[in-house]
Design a protein around this ligand. Structure first.
Ligand code: ADP
Ligand code: MG
Length: 632
């Protein structure tokens, strides 16, 4: 075959395919142009999911009649002048491709008037061929109608999905722009029906509520971080709301909706331990920074951008969220009257209600029989997590108390401390711990152990059910982390160093990570062949076998396939070690041990979740109990 230059019409169709994939792409490009034109009102109407018609009207600055043909020419734009301008793009568009691409694959009409001209002008174009310009009457601003999308590219048209699916994409596109520009009045209509009408609002949360429901909006935590150049503002959702994917992470950079792996990762990190594995946090964040600090010209639809200092942005976001969570009480609170889980069918709702009731009944049974044999079974962990219907936020400062490992002086205590220190009595527990665990002022916090796995205690405003393993794991994790970060982890030299046989890959991985292991108090040395010698070991793990811990650690090292970041690795190993070292469900505790555990509860500071993401405590409010007993 001979090499041949393609005719312009083909070139244009190829180019169009890059930008315009489906009706939602048309909606996106037209809405962005309207925003760039300074519009304060933008109305979007679509028919048949946009397959038949997309119409976007705005009250922006309009296009001069003489420039109409240029607007639909490819590589024609009013937004940049030179290549240098590419590095400080302040508008949503700049490639001058969208209108040309749209006009190439549809029948398009543009009607526009600038405020300077008395009359408007209209341009019609079909399949990239101009049908001429004519004067027309219209208000200041621009209306663009796009009909019969892909009518001349049947293959592309075949790839389109049902009206419903396409409308879903349109709606998502609309949502992003409406969230990005809260000062603009937007509306969306489908087949003559109004789906959204959003007056400009002061409160971003209200707009979020329109799209995602008042319940989510109510449980949003405001975050804000301003440094010399970068500003992050917006909301993240309480951990009681999460999704199975990252789709509800709305990130806006200078009013442009973007996707960014590093920022998504920062969100995931911030929620580590607060969400179950596989769940993603919900966030609505607006980031503002000087246009020259970001390259928006790396993606045809500009969904991805490149930050000059992405590391700095990552740390700023993560730091902001961590600090925010420290001052936020994330106590799980059971509330059968709270809204049903979203999108739950009637059956699911009834089932959830039944589970809730069962759990409340169970707790009531426990309390009224005060430790006597109980007939009803304990709720399954599933049932409990299904009940996490609402979280409550209250500001509670909780200063760090000095750490004292010896307080927990039972089987899980360091073997080295053989001076049997008495656990501190509960009344010396710091009184400014967080709300849910707070005992009533006139009593000392006492708890009843049930089924050798839960502790039940009276709190300020109800009853707390504590998962003993989860709480202890969390405490150990915090203690370990503080010690590891401060370099003060006690290690024990083993009298007889323990050789551990590993596979070649495992031995290599272990020795490669020697210094990370040393930071965790595990000292290893090569011992010939694939054997590794453990010569020192954290004192607090004395009751676990060094070989077993090392094997698990190595498994983690190899699990990801690639070397994890040091910070992540340390954190993951801390989780693993604290889980292993914590008391288990099924361990019967003495009253002293219960007191010791409760005395350290303030260390489970930044959440009521154990590091795996399960809650450590559930609260049954007194109001709820009163209601269930029909006292109100
Ligand atoms: P870009 O947005 O990348 O500049 P487009 O093809 O989307 O390219 O638009 C081409 C030009 O048409 C824009 O630069 C702008 O000058 C003009 N234009 C398009 N839509 C509008 C609108 N709604 N209001 C005013 N001008 C518009
Ligand atoms: Mg554009």
């Amino acid at each position: 075959m001979r090499i041949q230059q393609l005719p312009p019409s083909v070139v244009n169709k190829i180019a169009a395919g890059e930008v315009i994939e489906r009706p939602a792409s048309v909606v996106k490009e037209l809405m962005e142009n309207s925003v760039d034109a300074g519009a304060t009102r933008i109305d979007v109407a679509v028919e048949q999911g946009g397959l038949e018609l997309v119409r976007v009207s705005d009250n922006g600055h309009g296009i001069d009649a003489a420039e109409l043909p240029l607007a639909v020419a490819s590589h024609a734009t009013s937004k940049i002048r030179s290549a240098d301008d590419l590095f400080c793009v302040g508008t949503l568009g700049f490639r001058g491709e969208a209108l040309a691409s749209i006009a190439e694959v549809s029948r398009t009409t543009i009607r526009s008037r600038t405020s300077e001209s008395a009359a408007g002008a209209q341009l019609e174009i079909a399949g990239g061929q101009s049908l001429g310009t004519s004067p027309c009457g219209c208000p200041t601003g621009t209306t663009i109608e796009v009909r019969d999308l892909f009518y001349n590219t049947p293959v592309r048209r075949k790839f389109l999905r049902s009206t419903q699916t396409e409308m879903g994409h349109v709606s998502e596109t609309f949502t992003r722009l409406a969230l990005a520009c809260p000062a603009v009045h937007f509306s969306l209509h489908h087949n003559g029906r109004t789906l959204y009408d959003l007056p400009p609002g002061e409160d971003w949360r209200e707009r979020i509520a329109v799209f995602f429901g008042p319940e989510l909006a109510r449980d949003l935590i405001a975050v804000s971080s301003v440094d010399a150049e970068v500003q992050i503002e917006g909301y993240v959702a309480s951990p009681s709301h999460s999704r199975a994917n990252a789709r509800l992470q709305y990130l806006f950079l200078n009013a442009r909706a973007i996707r960014d792996r590093s920022l998504q990762h920062a969100l995931g990190e911030a929620y580590r331990g607060l969400l179950l594995t596989g769940r993603y946090p919900i966030a609505f964040l607006r980031i503002a920074m000087p246009a020259e600090m970001v390259d928006v010209n790396v993606h045809p639809t500009k969904l991805e951008v490149r930050f000059q200092e992405s590391g700095r942005l990552y740390s700023q976001l993560l730091g902001t969220l961590r600090t925010r969570f420290l001052t936020t009480d994330l106590t799980a609170r059971l509330d059968p009257t709270a809204g049903q889980p979203e999108a739950a069918s009637a059956h699911d709702a009834a089932h959830a209600q039944a589970l809730r009731r069962e759990l409340v009944d169970w707790a009531k049974g426990q309390l009224s029989t005060a430790g006597a044999a109980i007939a009803s079974p304990a709720p399954t962990p599933d049932a409990i997590s299904a009940e996490q219907s609402r979280f409550d936020f209250r500001y509670q400062p909780h200063p760090h108390a000095p750490l004292d490992l010896a307080r927990l002086s039972r089987p899980w205590a360091p073997a080295a401390s053989d001076n049997e220190e008495e656990p501190e009595p509960a009344e010396t527990a710091p009184s400014e711990t967080f709300a849910a665990f707070e005992a009533r002022a006139d009593r000392k916090l006492e708890a009843l152990q049930v089924h050798d796995r839960y502790l039940i205690a009276e709190s300020d405003d109800g009853v707390v059910v504590i998962d003993q393993h989860a709480l202890h794991e969390r405490i150990l994790y915090e203690q370990l982390r503080t010690k590891v970060l401060g370099g003060g982890l006690e290690t024990q030299r083993l009298l007889v160093p323990e050789p551990v046989d590993l596979s070649p890959a495992e031995a290599a991985a272990a020795l490669e990570s020697r210094d990370v292991l040393a930071q965790l108090g595990v000292t290893i040395e090569p011992f010939g062949g694939d054997t590794v010698l453990v010569s020192a070991y954290p004192a607090m793990l004395a009751n676990l076998s060094p070989a077993e811990v090392l094997r698990d650690v190595v498994e983690r090292l190899l699990a990801g396939g690639k070397t994890p970041e040091r910070r992540d690795l340390v954190d993951e190993l801390l989780h693993m070690i604290s889980c292993k070292a914590a008391i288990k469900a099924g361990d019967r505790l003495s009253p002293d041990e219960i007191a010791a555990l409760l005395a350290q509860r303030h260390l489970a500071q930044d959440s009521h979740h154990c590091p795996h993401g399960r809650p450590t405590a559930l609260v049954f409010t007194r109001e709820e109990l009163d209601k269930q007993f029909k006292r109100t």
